[in-house]
Ligand binder design. Structure first.
Ligand code: ADP
Ligand code: MG
Length: 318
């Protein structure tokens, strides 16, 4: 009988395809294809109306921005340099005019910011919902891409920025919370994520990173991928999770548990990496130390050093 679950299906798919020698296939943020002395990085990510966005909660420009941002983030996750994107869109009648043009304005804005050209795609009609798929191509020096399988026992675990802002922004959007400066900040973080492209490249250049990925499904879920791929465990200190002042104030006002959101909510698109602790001296941006790679498997969550029952899963589609 077929096993359920998004990741079981992905495993099933991977059993049908042998990865050609020298290439890296399913299981990382990007596929890796050796290419004349360099490595080409390829990834693709889809955004579906009703699943990834609601037309009445985000502007078309926001959705265009995010469609490109989440793909650029997968190149950043490997420490790569983005080269080009490809955009396929399926549009129902009511999104074929102004909505589509405004969507492209948002897509073009982030593409210009990171100097990544759009080089092709596909456009079709849709019966009801908007579907968007972006493919991205990047590059890096041969053999240098940062995958998920290099975490070593004793490595420190870092993230490149505050966690939970996007998840709280989504909660605020869906709950129609009364707007104020803090709520607007969190919603902006949700709608317009920043791919950590320069940071990823700097981290690769240190030569010290064991494993790296971007945080799309939430720390609990994404770190589990690194642990499984590397055959190690981790302890994560809940009090070390970096929280923005905006998140802390909004959580206090609404009685939300900030640590829960930071540990389990997705779409922050910060980088999650493992490395010896001295890596903080080698980059010119802050790295937040949140835990340690251990022997064993799975995550032990601690609060002020003591193991806690805290059990959180990240996002999976099914
Ligand atoms: P990310 O969050 O970085 O986009 P995902 O969790 O979506 O990664 O996917 C995990 C891995 O599975 C990636 O290597 C991705 O390329 C692969 N994958 C996901 N869906 C499919 C599919 N339908 N066919 C082939 N590979 C897939
Ligand atoms: Mg990713």
């Amino acid at each position: 009988m077929a096993k359920k679950g998004e990741f079981s299906l992905i495993d099933f798919i991977s059993t049908h395809f042998k990865v050609p020698q020298g290439m890296v296939g399913i299981g990382d943020d990007c596929a890796i294809i050796p290419d004349f002395g360099e490595d080409t990085l390829v990834s693709t990510d889809m955004l579906l109306e009703g699943i990834h966005f609601l037309r009445d909660k985000a502007t078309p420009e926001d959705i265009g921005w995010k469609a490109a941002a989440v793909n650029l983030s997968d190149i950043a996750a490997m420490g790569g340099i983005p080269v080009a994107t490809f955009l396929s869109i399926a549009l129902p009648k009511d999104a074929q005019g102004e909505w589509a043009e405004r969507f492209i304005e948002g897509y073009a804005a982030i593409s210009k910011l990171y100097k990544v050209p759009l080089l092709g795609g596909d456009t079709t009609s849709s019966l009801r919902d908007i579907a968007i798929n972006v493919g991205v191509k990047g590059r890096c020096d041969h053999g240098k891409a940062l995958g998920r399988s290099g975490a070593r026992v004793g490595d420190s675990i870092f993230v490149t920025g505050p966690l939970g802002d996007s998840g709280a922004g989504l909660k605020a959007l869906l709950g129609n919370l009364t707007r104020n400066g803090d709520i607007d900040y969190l919603i902006e973080k949700h709608l317009r994520p920043t791919p950590r492209i320069a940071e990823g490249q700097q981290l690769l250049a240190t030569g010290k990173v064991g494993a790296m990925m971007d945080l799309s499904d939430g720390l609990a879920s994404d770190l589990s991928h690194i642990l499984r791929a590397s055959g190690v465990g981790a302890t994560i200190e809940l009090k070390s999770l970096p929280l923005s002042p905006q998140l802390q104030r909004v959580c206090k006002a609404n009685r939300w548990r900030a640590a829960d959101i930071a540990a389990s909510a997705g779409e922050d698109y910060e980088l999650l990496l493992t490395a010896p602790s001295e890596i903080t001296q080698l980059v010119d941006f802050p790295l937040y130390h949140i835990g340690t790679i251990t022997e064993g498997e799975g995550i032990v969550w601690t609060r002020a050093g003591k193991p806690t029952r805290f059990k959180k899963r990240g996002f999976t589609h099914f």
